[in-house]
Design a protein around this ligand. Structure first.
Ligand code: GLC
Length: 800
């Protein structure tokens, strides 16, 4: 007979004392008296994984975030114990695990300073209603600690004092502080005493982070299900933390084609075909560079994915070809909702093969999106991803579409509470069946992955290009992304700046915003200022809902058109510089944009800066963020910088006023930099590059610069057909020396460099190339500013 039907409220539960310890190579297991197991895996000298179970059994160890290519291995691992702790020592860190309660404290192995310490540490609440536990972790914040990261949160760079939720959400016209929005990247970096570490909480359930919000000195994170499973990544350099997080969750699987770094034009929607052609023709007529044109949902027949509206696009293959002949790559949108319609082959096939998501009790997950009632593929099932990838054959191989834009993949559902699937929907989760509570945050990621697989296959031998709105950690391996439905306001220009920086420090550099704002319409001034910011974002696209008027570069009168052209031209000139930064990101995980704190964490002035950022390695940019401004104050990081427009040299470590009329913006170049530039082209490949311009910024002292190039598309670079130039600059009072080391088998089309010398403090009287003196006529020395050289030199001396 059952007497008591009340649920006993147990509150927080904690591990008790350790009763056994086991070491299996690099996996250390600690079991407590009350049956909690903590497994610490030493992945690298600077990376520890912490995993807890309260049931004595770990779940199947499966993660969508962690890449199989992640580096592993350590130089040293030793486990000792004293009365109170087990002590794990690697070359980089020392971790104490308390014998009393499993709490961890982590120290720098070099100087023994405390880096990160559990407060309550791991604890949990039983969740009878949903099954499983609410798993929690709390850590003590160190004095002066700052926090960064978490993906697309539309807030200031430093997260201290705030609380966040991670639940991928369609967020039309979100604003500052709206939370959560489109992406879930449960990774943050902590910084105190000039030392930095990261925490990646790899749990896909709805999760939360609290950075000293609830309690002033406590940082905590928790999730509504799953395991307490997190990676601790030690720096102490913040850039190393980000690099190691990116190594763990993956770098882009290949470089993007160079054209994807050009300018893109989008609107909801350009149709019919004549409208698309009008827009592209106008770009060429006005000589505003542009590489990509987008078709939003109206290109389809009744919003059915993989179909074309016969009325508006009677012959897509011809149109796409004509656009391509004019240098435009066509990119189309594909959403996850498949219209319920027995006469629609994609729907029929999905149904027959049982590929759509179902509710717990059997019915299909039915939801309304643009096409009306839809079913949704379960992208967490490998066969479904394969099927989905195959659906791109016609679009890519036959019609010639060059990129696919995945939208609404949170997944967004209209007219329902929560704007998404109900929690009981079932998913395969790659053979780990679960409910939507666990799969929600990765649904969009798996859709983008399936799309990527399709493009990779059918675009071959060219490189794939995908854009996604929803993402979880690791999505950067497959696709680029944009920040969703923002609004045409000045504050949103600020938010776009913050989001792009934040995404870059969260391992996801191929990011941009809807330039000018998606909802509502910007005035010309806002649009121009946003373009100025946008040309420094890895993904550079204007997009708008179109409800409030036009948003093309020429929509705001000649003054604005000229400003927009001027900045898009700068973007095109800087393509080899940006491509090099992208290569460093894809190769080493180095973020393309660096917030000032990431650039110079030792300067505490940078810890709360938001507007200024480093583009690549050497360019400092700062958008003008309000109306009627003729300049702005900004912080210049330490070191000496050249004003991009005037070559005036300023010393950093201070705030300065910088002039910037509407046709300008604050841009600086680090002294000693060598910046490669291409001629202005209307689209990538329009011109054969017959000379590489190198802007050389004199410095008294040393500086290194890289230039990476390859065939701009295709996979030959993987086989060694790339060209990497490593320039070492050494400036003396009366001499400038540049050494070049070249590697890779790719032969660039140009034969010469045109060096443009900035800030040279002396008059040139002699030039030596590879130990031979050169006649001034032979290098076309023009004043003391430019000279033309054979690209093959190894050592150049420019002397007073
Ligand atoms: C969503 C997207 C937006 C797109 C629109 C129509 O709002 O975020 O970019 O234009 O849907 O497809």
């Amino acid at each position: 007979m059952i007497l008591n039907t009340e649920l006993e409220y147990k509150g927080n539960l904690f591990p008790s004392k350790i009763v056994s310890y086991e070491k299996n190579l690099n996996v250390l297991s600690f079991t407590t008296e009350n049956g909690v197991i903590l497994e610490v895996t030493v992945r690298r000298d600077s990376i520890l994984r912490f995993r807890f179970t309260t049931t004595g059994i770990f779940e199947n160890d499966f993660s969508y975030a962690i890449t199989k290519y992640a580096s592993r291995g350590y130089n040293h691992l030793e486990v000792t114990e004293n009365d109170d702790n087990y002590i794990i020592t690697t070359t980089k860190l020392i971790c104490h695990i308390s014998k009393l309660d499993l709490r961890a404290s982590i120290f720098d192995a070099k100087d023994n300073t405390l880096i990160c310490e559990d407060e309550l540490g791991f604890h949990w609440e039983e969740s009878y209603e949903h099954g499983g536990d609410i798993v929690k972790m709390s850590k003590t914040a160190q004095p002066g600690e700052s926090y960064y990261g978490l993906g697309d949160k539309p807030v200031d760079n430093n997260l201290k004092g705030k609380r966040f939720e991670n639940w991928v959400t369609d967020s039309y016209a979100y604003g500052r502080d709206t939370d959560p929005i489109y992406k879930t990247i449960p990774f943050y970096t902590g910084l105190h005493n000039k030392k930095s570490y990261g925490i990646f909480f790899d749990n896909t359930f709805r999760s939360f982070f609290d950075f000293c919000n609830e309690r002033r000195n406590i940082t905590s994170f928790w999730a509504q299900g799953g395991e307490m499973n997190y990676y601790f990544i030690y720096g102490p350099k913040m850039s190393d933390v980000v690099v190691n997080y990116t190594d763990l969750t993956g770098k882009p699987h290949q470089l993007p084609a160079l054209w994807t770094l050009g300018y893109h034009q989008c609107k909801w929607s350009y149709y019919p075909e004549s409208n698309v052609k009008e827009i592209t023709a106008k770009f060429r007529e006005l000589q505003i560079p542009c590489d990509a044109i987008y078709l939003d949902i109206d290109y389809m027949e009744g919003f059915r994915c993989f179909t074309w509206s016969k009325e508006h696009f009677p012959d897509p293959k011809r149109m796409v070809k004509e656009l391509a002949d004019d240098g435009f790559k066509t990119i189309v949108i594909i959403d996850p909702g498949i219209k319920i319609d027995m006469d629609y082959s994609v729907f029929k096939e999905g149904l027959e093969k049982d590929y759509f998501c179902k509710r717990a009790d059997g019915p299909y997950m039915k939801g309304k999106v643009w096409p009306g009632e839809c079913y949704f593929p379960d992208f967490t099932r490998p066969e479904v991803r394969e099927w989905w990838a195959g659906l791109f054959k016609e679009l890519i191989e036959d019609i010639g579409v060059k990129g696919v834009w995945n939208d609404m993949n949170e997944p967004a559902v209209m007219d329902v509470p929560g704007k998404t699937f109900p929690p009981d929907v079932r998913h395969d989760y790659d053979g780990n069946p679960c409910s939507h509570k666990k799969a929600h945050n990765v649904y969009g990621m798996q859709m983008a992955r399936a799309t990527y697989q399709g493009l990779k296959k059918f675009a071959y031998p060219k490189r794939p290009f995908v854009i996604t709105r929803a993402a979880y950690s690791g999505t950067q391996r497959y696709t680029s992304s944009w920040t969703g439905d923002n609004v045409a306001t000045w504050d949103h220009l600020n938010i776009a700046n913050l989001q792009a920086q934040r995404m870059c420090m969260s391992g996801f550099s191929f990011i941009g915003s809807d330039i000018g704002g998606f909802a509502e319409q910007p005035n010309g001034e806002l649009y121009a200022r946003w373009i100025q910011l946008g040309i420094f974002h890895p993904f550079c696209r204007t997009h708008s809902s179109g409800d409030h008027g036009d948003q093309e570069p020429w929509a705001f009168g000649d003054t604005v058109t000229n400003v927009v052209r001027k900045f898009i031209e700068i973007r095109y000139q800087l393509l080899p510089y940006l491509y090099t930064a992208f290569w460093r990101y894809a190769e080493e995980g180095i973020p393309i944009l660096k917030s000032l704190v990431l650039y110079d964490q030792e300067d505490s002035q940078t810890h709360y800066r938001n507007d200024e950022f480093i583009f690549g390695e050497k360019i400092l940019a700062c958008p003008v963020t309000g109306p009627n401004q003729k300049g702005r104050r900004m912080y210049i990081p330490r070191g000496k910088w050249y004003n991009f427009w005037t070559d005036e040299i300023v010393s950093g470590g201070q705030e300065l006023w910088v002039d910037a009329d509407l046709d300008s913006m604050p841009i600086f170049v680090k002294e000693g930099a060598i910046i490669p530039k291409y001629p202005i082209q209307q689209y990538v490949g329009e011109k054969v590059i017959d000379e590489l311009l190198l802007d050389v910024y004199y410095k008294l002292g040393k500086e290194n610069s890289l230039v990476y190039e390859d065939a701009t598309d295709g996979y030959d670079y993987i086989k060694g057909r790339y060209s990497l130039r490593d320039f070492k600059l050494l400036g003396k009072d009366n001499e400038l020396i540049i050494q070049q080391h070249k590697s890779g088998k790719f032969i660039t089309t140009y034969k010469t460099f045109k060096l443009s010398l900035h800030g040279l403090p002396f008059k040139i009287s002699k030039v030596q190339v590879d130990n031979e003196e050169i006649l001034f006529e032979d290098i076309k020395l023009n004043g003391d500013n430019t000279l033309v050289l054979n690209k093959e030199f190894t050592e150049l001396h420019i002397m007073a």
